[in-house]
Design a protein around this ligand. Structure first.
Ligand code: ADP
Ligand code: MG
Length: 704
């Protein structure tokens, strides 16, 4: 039959229903998926010896003829031994397999065989123990067709009962069938320029490498492949954006100055610089695409507010989208407060609420009226959650979109916000994030996206005392917390998960579910204190009430999921304790820590961990010495890889690409190649294969 990369696995005659099912569980549905299921390591069986040369303790490969093979039962351990004698022209050796009685049906007297395993000497005598084996057709020392022995052998992450042995065999069969039909979608000139393996060679070498070096080179080619597609994707989006029009918003300096003078604090230099960059961008008739990046508490919101003010007073609309309802509500309140004297009509839209601020007061109106007001332009500044990108929301003249706590592209979100609008221009886009993005990753993911940095905290912020709390110190920490509460301070408790999921195979013993933790703290540890909980599955109203009570100091201890991670502002909270700290990234822990230390008093961050691993400890210790979010993010990237940091696992990029995002030089190569190709041929007319591949890539990844 004809096999191509796109052929579904179920059409391969060699793969029966059981194996199809197992493959499917690994997400392997096509020939391509199977060939792109890479080994995670290689066993070195290339030490090929004559039988007479082998030494006890050595890992060797040898080849010979089976002189005899039989099963015997050991009465002592109730095990079945398969024993064979194998000989080459230098001598013979005993082979022993444990509990694989079926082998006598596969390996027969007189067969030639290749074996790889450890030479052992014990109560059974001198023998090769449990070796990997494969039949060979003829005489000795032929390694060219071997796949399981006598060479570097691929070991696959063994899951879903797919053995490496089975995978090697099927992959070899398919590769032989398909190799001459493989067409490489990476243009030949790029393959040549960077001395990459062409597709065919890369596939052979990744599964059946001649050396570790060429295995590495094969992997590099596949990393490049993904990065190259990613870069093409990003650059094409950007090119498309450059052709779009946006409204130019004149800078009203008078207004901006008045507003800044109305603030109860002075802007930091970094805030002023970033603000200026944004206002300048807004003046251009091309859509802005800017990322405002700044550590927790660096004051991103106010910068965005000033930009919004300038746009609103120029007669256009602004949409600010926050990841959670709590945060959207907080932004609504902050904005209503700061902009109270500046004639901006502000609306809040979440799944459950529609509120308007205008004429100095907040009022609740019906959703229908609310949507009408947006459409008429009676709301200048719309704040909300993902509710904003629903179909029914129509703007009159949306000119600026602000995405808070957004470390992804934003490009598609903007597209969804404006797609249905009648307006002939695209809104400007400002994304804000407190997750510091290491340079490498920023380059890989955002390309030359414009970046404004808030690398300075407002004056007077106090250093938060950070401590790692091992199990035996837990009680002491609780005592300390009690004292703090007696002194009228408040406490955040962060738990990593809401409740245990079924079939969860993570070690959840360390992870305290919010509910359990709440029960424990409220009933056992602090029955005399006021403990409350907050998590994502509660109703917006309930959450709101709890946040309000916490703000008004009616609650001492708030047990919560990581929802408090983003943006919440409670100056009287002086302690944050984080359960299962090892389960979070450093940058994220740093964000949690940013929830305290906002007032006058000394604040504390306690990292609880049950893990006794040295590596975990070392990682957490970085937080004790380092207060800079960027440095921590770099460390995270080094230690955990990009997938963990941004939840990028869900983007659909394969592991191999995630890993290679760390590799600056490869990212740069991919980037330059993509640029070169697009400069010559923006529509990829001369590269139909690449164009098709890119379309597939777009479907496969979801960077929003
Ligand atoms: P983030 O950058 O983490 O989003 P926010 O914008 O929420 O930070 O700001 C944190 C707090 O700092 C807010 O209460 C805000 O009003 C305040 N703030 C912002 N800029 C300054 C400044 N220049 N000086 C003092 N306080 C500021
Ligand atoms: Mg914020």
């Amino acid at each position: 039959m004809k096999i191509e990369l796109s052929t579904p696995i179920k059409e391969i005659p060699k793969i029966g229903p059981i194996y199809q099912k197992r493959l499917k569980k690994l997400g392997i549905k096509t020939v391509r998926d199977l060939l792109y299921h890479f080994p995670h390591r290689y066993e070195d069986f290339s030490n090929l010896k004559k039988i007479a040369q082998v030494k006890v303790g050595e890992k060797v490969s040898l080849q010979g003829k089976i002189l005899e093979i039989t099963n015997t039962q050991t009465w002592k351990k109730k095990m079945i031994l398969t024993q064979a004698i194998v000989a080459d022209n230098s001598g013979s050796i005993k082979i022993v397999w444990f509990n694989q009685p079926y082998l006598v049906n596969v390996l027969k007297k007189g067969n030639f065989i290749s074996l790889s395993g450890k030479v052992t000497f014990d109560e059974y005598g001198l023998y090769l123990s449990n070796p990997a084996y494969e039949k060979i057709s003829h005489s000795e020392l032929d390694t060219s067709n071997l796949i399981h022995t006598g060479r570097l052998v691929a070991i696959y992450p063994e899951t879903e009962r797919l053995s490496s042995r089975w995978l090697r065999k099927i992959i070899q069969k398919i590769l032989i069938k398909i190799e001459n039909k493989l067409r490489d979608f990476i243009p030949g000139e790029i393959i040549k320029k960077f001395n990459l393996f062409p597709l065919k060679e890369a596939l052979w070498q990744v599964h059946f490498p001649d050396s570790l070096n060429s295995a590495q080179k094969a992997k590099e080619r596949f990393s490049f492949e993904e990065l190259f597609l990613l870069q093409l994707y990003i650059l094409r989006e950007r090119l498309a954006l450059k052709r779009e029009r946006a409204v130019s918003i004149p800078l009203n300096l008078e207004l901006v100055k008045n507003f800044i003078n109305s603030l109860p604090f002075e802007l930091t230099l970094a805030q002023k610089r970033s603000l200026f960059q944004i206002l300048k961008d807004l003046e251009k008739p091309r859509p802005m695409n800017r990322l405002l990046e700044g550590d927790v508490g660096s004051g991103k919101t106010i910068v965005a507010l000033i930009a919004a003010l300038n746009v609103a007073r120029a007669g256009y609309q602004i949409a600010l989208m926050a990841p959670t309802e709590i945060l959207a509500r907080q932004h609504f309140k902050t904005s209503s407060y700061f902009l109270r004297n500046f004639q901006v009509k502000i609306g809040l839209l979440t799944r459950e609420e529609s509120l308007v601020f205008g004429e100095q007061k907040i009022s609740q109106i019906s959703r229908k009226k609310f949507l009408q007001k947006i459409k008429n332009g009676e709301i200048d500044f719309l704040i909300g959650t993902h509710a904003l990108i629903q179909k029914e929301v129509e703007f009159k003249n949306l000119a600026l979109v602000i995405l808070d706590e957004q470390h992804r592209f934003g490009v598609e979100q903007r597209a969804r916000l404006v797609k249905r609008q009648e307006q002939p221009f695209l809104p400007h886009l400002l994304s804000m994030t407190a997750t510091p993005i290491p340079r490498t990753l920023a380059l890989a993911l955002y390309g030359d996206l414009d970046l404004s940095l808030l690398d300075q905290l407002p004056k007077g912020r106090k250093k938060v005392v950070t401590k790692i709390i091992p199990p035996e110190k837990r009680k002491l920490a609780y005592d300390f917390i009690r004292e703090q509460v007696k002194a009228k301070n408040q406490v955040f408790v962060i738990c990593p998960r809401i409740e245990k999921r079924e079939n969860e195979n993570l070690n959840l013993s360390e992870v305290k579910a919010v509910k359990e933790e709440y029960e424990k703290l409220s009933k056992v540890i602090f029955p005399d204190l006021k403990v409350a909980m907050l998590h994502g599955r509660m109703k917006a109203k309930e959450k709101e009430k709890i946040m309000k009570d916490f703000k008004e100091k009616k609650i001492d201890i708030l047990v919560s999921t990581s929802v408090v991670e983003v943006g919440i502002d409670i100056p009287n909270a002086t302690i944050i304790m984080i359960e299962g700290a090892e389960r979070f990234g450093l940058a994220q822990l740093h964000q949690f820590r940013g929830r305290v230390g906002r007032g006058e008093k000394q604040s504390f961050c306690f990292l609880f961990t049950e893990s006794s691993s040295k590596k975990t400890r070392q990682r957490l210790e970085a937080l004790l010495t380092c207060e800079n979010g960027f440095e921590l993010a770099e460390k995270d990237l080094e230690m955990r890889g990009p997938g963990e940091i941004f939840g990028a696992k869900q983007w659909g990029l394969p592991d191999i690409a995630m890993e290679s995002l760390k590799d600056v030089s490869l990212v740069e190569k991919a980037r330059n190649s993509a640029k070169e190709i697009l400069e010559k041929d923006p529509e990829l007319k001369k590269y139909p294969l690449l164009r098709k591949k890119l379309a597939e890539f777009k479907k496969r990844v979801h960077l929003e």
